[in-house]
Structures are given as structure tokens and as C-alpha cells.
Design a protein around this ligand. Sequence first.
Ligand code: PLP
Length: 383
Amino acid sequence: MIDLGAVRADTAGCHDLIFLDSAGSSLPPSPVLDEVLSHLRREAEIGGYRAAAERADSLEEGYSVFASLLGCEPHEVAFTDSATRSWLAAVDAMGLSPGDRVLVTEVEYHSNALGLLNLGIKIEPIPSDASGVVDVDALRDMLDSRVKLVSLVHVPTNGGLVNPVKPVVEAAHSVGALVLLDACQSIGQLPVDAAELGVDVITGTGRKWLRGPRGTGVLVIRDQSGLRPRLIDGKAAVWEFPDRFTLAPGARGFELWEYGVAERLGLIAAGKYALRLGMSSIASAVSSNAALTRESLASIAGVSVHDLGREQCGIVSFTKAGKSAEEVRDRLWDKGIATSVTYSTSTQYDMTRRGLTSLVRASPHYFVSPSDISAFASALTDV
Ligand SMILES: *Cc1c(COP(=O)(O)O)cnc(C)c1O
């Protein structure tokens, strides 16, 4: 159980605002904010190198924190500056060529699709089933030995569905394809366990459900993937002068030397905060907030909830008849309620097929109270 009073006491912004945008960029809790600010101050006092050296143990501990959070080994964790950076580094390491087949779900995120198109890869969407999640039977029919990658979005940017993972992994591995799990919208709201799910790569971001700072990301490269980085620097490898080099072991080779140390420390604090609350407690609090939100919206005239899927998570997507999504978002903001708009450009297969151009997205985290949700519902009634 989440102690609502305690988590709200840690979350300055939630007292002035009804904050329903953790799928966009959440409110960091005070341990995250304190870590970032105090490190920046320390850098101003003694310089960035000395300041980082003082925190070497905490920075190293980050790998085991995220290994616990994501069900892998510490050496399988790399830190990056965004989910997309993680995704691009992992896919680059796959050395795909235009004859290779890559399958994606219909909720594939635009940046991932663009990365593939830029490699000259033809993207093949796996059909969804009637509920809207990836159709595993259809996937099995598409598989052959030319399929090198199945790119699986765990939770899409534009709605509440949760894609099944294990059956996708089983099918993909039967032809030797890798599975990359885009867990950008699931890390921090749902348990994500690499070993249990069997996935080869996981990508995620800090600023969304994990409540970390902006400009932070995580990449899990499991040993079983056999992937080696191709974009390396003097952190990722040692130059054995003059013409050889040795790669750093494990996922470390996917990191570059320079990064925002304050933000990294903040991300690690966010990981610890989530572990302390417990991912199953977080998931059940988020899921009951989202269920209450969907239920409240369902009874408002003119409001349609658009979430697909069998199991639904913390992203609630909706429209209001006669109002544009931007108008709804802006009118709610004027009343002290933060939501965001998700556009068809981010999830083209899914939105095109459903004839949607934009949706309002409300993503209530565990720090949102039931009275926040009823205030949101009555504000939306008045929009
Ligand atoms: C936000 C998002 C991303 C991209 O994350 P960045 O940290 O902005 O790179 C990728 N996939 C999904 C499903 C997302 O919602």
C-alpha cells in the first residue's frame, strides 16, 4: 500500500496542481530534487571532476539499483540521456541491413520507426487483436529466419493498453530474432522484470513514471543478446595503442564518458524511491487511480474514453465532443489541472487505423488523490 500522505508530502507540485501528466514528464519527489540541486552546488564549489569523484560510490550503486528495478544483472545496465538514445544505440549494435525483417507493434513510437526507416529497413506492423494488443498468432504467421528484431512497445504513449511480452518473446526467439522492449511508459508504473519476461533489450526514460530528472535514460543489454556497441568512446573502450582496443565489459560499452552527473544521481534516487515504495504497490495504486478516472469520465456527457487493451494501466486517453484536444488541455490547465495531448504523428499505425488525430492524455500517478480525480472530472464537465 502506498502511504498517500507521505508521497504527497514528498511532492511539492501536487499541492498547487492536479498533476495528471506522468506519462509526459512527472513531478520528481524531493529526494530526487535534493540530489540534483546539491550536486550542482557541489560542482560550483569544487568543480565537476572532484564533485563526481566524491559520489563515485553512489554512481556505481546506480547499476545495482536499476538491476533490482529491472530484473537483470548490474553489468547489463547502461545509463543514457533518453529512451530514444538507448533505443538507437541498441538497434545500431544489431547491424541490421535492408534485407533483414523487423516487426513492430501497431503502437510503435514514431522515433523508433524513424530510426529503422533511416537504416533502410522496411517496417512490418504486426496486426493487433480485437482488444487492441499485439496479436501473437498473427506474429507467429509472420516469422521466418529473416526476422532479426521484434520491436515491442510495452505500453504505448497514447493510451492504457499493456502489450503481452512473454508470448511475443517465445515466438520471436523460436526464429532467433531479438526482442527489444520499449518500456518507456511502463518503467516506474508497472513491474518490468527482464529475466522473467525473457526480453533481450529494454529501453526506458527517467522523466516519466519513474519521476527522475529530464535528460536521463536507461538501457538494459542482456548478455543473451550478444550485442556489442558500435558507437564507442574512451569510456566504452580502452585504446590498446596503436591499432587495437578493448571494450568495457557488459552494457557499460554502451555509455559515453560525458553525462550530467547531477541528473544521473537524481535518476538513481528516483530508482531507489520506486524500489522503496515497491513496484507492485505502485502498480496497484496507479491502476486504481486510472480505473477511477475512466469511471468518472464515462459518466460525463460528450466525453469518450479511447483506451484499448485487456489489462489497462495508468494512461487514460479521451476526447470531448465539440472541443479540440488542445482546447480541453488548455481549459483544464487554466483550472490548475495538468494533462497533455497525444497526436497521431507519434503512433501513426494505431491512430490512423482508428481515424484519430489527437487525444487528451491523463496519466494519474500514485501521488494523485481520489479528490484530485473528482475535481478533474467536474472541471472537465464544465469545459
Ligand atoms: C516517451 C516515449 C519514448 C521516447 O522517450 P524519450 O526519453 O523522449 O526518448 C519512446 N517510447 C514511448 C512509448 C514513449 O512514450
